[in-house]
Structures are given as structure tokens and as C-alpha cells.
Design a protein around this ligand. Structure first.
Ligand SMILES: [Zn+2]
Ligand SMILES: [Zn+2]
Length: 327
């Protein structure tokens, strides 16, 4: 469906939002450059989604054969699972920030190991956490299908530096926006003041930031939200939104919501540890401490730990025997 001239949106909930939980992917956005078509994220392959996207494009008068570039916001399966479905027939250029290439190559078992590796630097992972992690990997497989785990060579254009890619009708600015993942990117189209913002801000859940894996970084996230705040925006193309927010003020409000949720979460974690005194705070007590209007299920378990790990890395706090202390 058309958002504005030459910018199209193929919503994650069409033709169905999911079948028994299968098919929970991200939105796909399309920019018509005339002789070329540029895609932003490809969403899921399961429940025949990519074919549906292609058919919907044809209905909108866009020829999927003309897809010449695919810009990936990051390498999570809900955004890249269908990449092979779009790679055949012409082989479009694929853009992904260099720092997400490792993630791009991981299957779900490697992904789980990678998650555990970061936590184990600081505290021992008990079996209960392992079971919890396995449940998460099963859940992600069920809802989003396989991690494509393609070789990094499939990414024809891994990029390091922010840059502008010139098109016949529109230019696209590649902006590194780490936080949700190390190599997360936003793609800004200045001519129409639109940004494809991936998972930097989630309008689906009260505009909170998505710090929902152990490879997220809250400090980087904060800078990223600042970057988005500085863009001149009329259209916010978020990966999991169910509407496309438009208008400068509306979008500014969404972005400052994200900022507030993030700084508030950090404050809550900080104070929880501070109030524990000389006893220190057992790590398990960091669960379920965030406001439940925005932080749901998995966030309640993961987000406070992500924030605590960064406090440890900055030596704001230290950890001993699975307890957190102020120095
Ligand atoms: Zn993601
Ligand atoms: Zn996502």
C-alpha cells in the first residue's frame, strides 16, 4: 500500500498477522526509483509472506523483477528471514552494516551461545536461565522461522561509514544506529523526510526502545535515539508499527517517549542496586522491576540485565557471586 508517492508499505499483518503465532515478522518498505525498486527489510518467508509481498507489489504497479537494492536494518530473522526469496532473479545488492555480519551468519543455536557468552562474562548462568534461553530460541524459531544463517558473502555491500546512496529519484542516507544490535542501521530519505527506523523505536509497545536481547546496548541506544531526534522527519517507518506515524510533532513525541522509557529504565536499575546497600543485590532481583505498560514479558527479564551489564562495564557497579554492588 502507498504511504506517499513512491514509498510503499507492506504491513506485517497482511494478509494475516500470524497463524497460531507463526509469522510475527517486520514490515517491508519499498521505494520506487522508476527503473529500479529499492527494498527496506524483507520480513519473513514463512506462511508464504514474501510471495504475498511480491504479489502486493505487482498490484501496486511495481515489478519485483526490478528490485535492485535491499537495505537491511539489522540481522534479526523477523527482518531478514525471507532474504533468499528476494535474492533470486537478478541478485539485488544487499546492504547491511558491517557490525551485524556475525549475526547474519548465525543460526539460532549459535545465536543462543552468543547470548550466553555475554552474560557469562559477569555471572554464572544457572540451568533455569538456560532453559529460559532455550524457550526463547524455540519461540523465535516458531514465530519467525529459521535464522537464514547465510554466508556473509551474501551481503554484497557491508558498510562501515554513514554515507548516501544516490538514486534516480531519491537518495538514501545510511545511518549507523547501534543499540538494538551492534550493526543496526536506519535509512533516511531526505526528499520525503522519511526514515526506515527498524527496531530503534517500537510504536507497537508504547514507543519503548527494544532492549530485548543480551546483545543490546542501552548507552549506544541512547545516542541512536538522539540521532533520530535530529532528523527532519515527516514519516516514521518503524519495523513493527501497525500504523505509519506522520507529522513532525507526532514523531517527535514518539521519539521522546523512547528516550524517556530508556532513561527511566536505567534509573530504576541504578536505584534498585543503590538501595541494596552493603548486602548487594542478587541478580535475580533485577527481574520484573520495570513499568509494565511498556516493558512486557521478555523485556522484564532481559532489559534490566542488559543495563546492569553496562554499569559493570563502566565500573559504576561491580559483581561478585551473582550479586551487584556499588564500589
Ligand atoms: Zn530486531
Ligand atoms: Zn524486529
Amino acid at each position: 500500500m502507498k504511504v506517499i508517492v513512491d514509498l510503499y508499505w507492506y504491513p506485517k499483518f497482511e494478509p494475516v498477522s500470524h497463524i497460531l503465532g507463526r509469522g510475527l515478522g517486520g514490515n517491508v518498505f519499498v521505494l520506487n526509483q522508476g527503473d529500479q525498486i529499492w527494498l527496506f527489510d524483507v520480513g519473513l518467508s514463512i506462511i508464504n509472506r514474501s510471495n504475498y509481498v511480491k504479489k502486493s507489489m505487482e498490484k501496486d504497479g511495481l515489478d519485483p523483477q526490478k528490485i535492485s537494492k535491499i537495505f537491511l536494518t539489522h540481522a534479526h530473522p523477523d527482518h531478514i528471514n525471507a532474504i533468499s526469496d528476494f535474492k533470486d532473479g537478478g541478485g539485488p545488492d544487499i546492504y547491511l552494516h558491517h557490525d551485524d555480519l556475525d549475526l547474519f551468519e548465525m543460526d539460532r543455536h549459535e545465536w543462543l551461545k552468543d547470548q550466553v557468552r555475554r552474560i557469562e562474562k559477569y555471572w554464572s548462568v544457572k540451568s533455569i536461565t538456560k532453559i529460559f534461553s532455550r524457550l526463547i530460541t524455540f519461540f523465535t524459531w516458531w514465530t519467525m522461522g529459521k535464522y537464514p544463517a547465510l554466508d556473509r558473502d551474501a551481503v554484497s555491500h557491508p558498510w562501515h561509514k554513514d554515507q548516501t546512496i544516490k538514486g534516480d529519484r531519491y537518495n538514501v542516507q545510511l545511518i549507523h544506529t547501534p543499540g538494538h544490535t551492534a550493526g543496526h542501521a536506519a535509512y533516511y530519505i531526505p526528499e520525503i523526510k522519511a526514515v526506515v527506523s527498524g527496531d530503534t523505536i517500537n510504536p507497537r509497545f508504547a514507543n519503548k526502545p527494544a532492549l530485548n536481547t543480551f546483545n543490546a546496548f542501552s548507552d549506544k541506544y541512547e545516542k541512536t535515539i538522539g540521532l533520530i531526534q535530529n532528523l527532519d522527519l515527516e514519516i516514521l517507518c518503524a519495523a513493527h508499527g501497525e500504523k505509519i506515524p506522520t507529522g513532525k510533532e507526532h514523531i517527535q513525541r514518539i521519539v521522546s517517549d523512547a528516550q524517556n522509557y530508556l532513561s527511566n529504565a536505567k534509573k530504576i536499575v541504578y536505584e534498585k542496586i543503590e538501595n541494596s546497600g552493603n548486602e548487594g543485590l542478587p541478580i535475580r532481583k533485577l527481574r520484573n522491576i520495570l513499568p509494565s505498560d511498556a516493558w512486557t514479558g521478555v523485556d522484564q527479564k532481559i532489559t534490566p540485565l542488559v543495563i546492569a551489564m553496562e554499569f559493570i562495564e563502566k565500573r559504576t557497579i561491580y559483581v561478585q557471586n551473582n550479586r551487584l554492588f556499588f564500589p
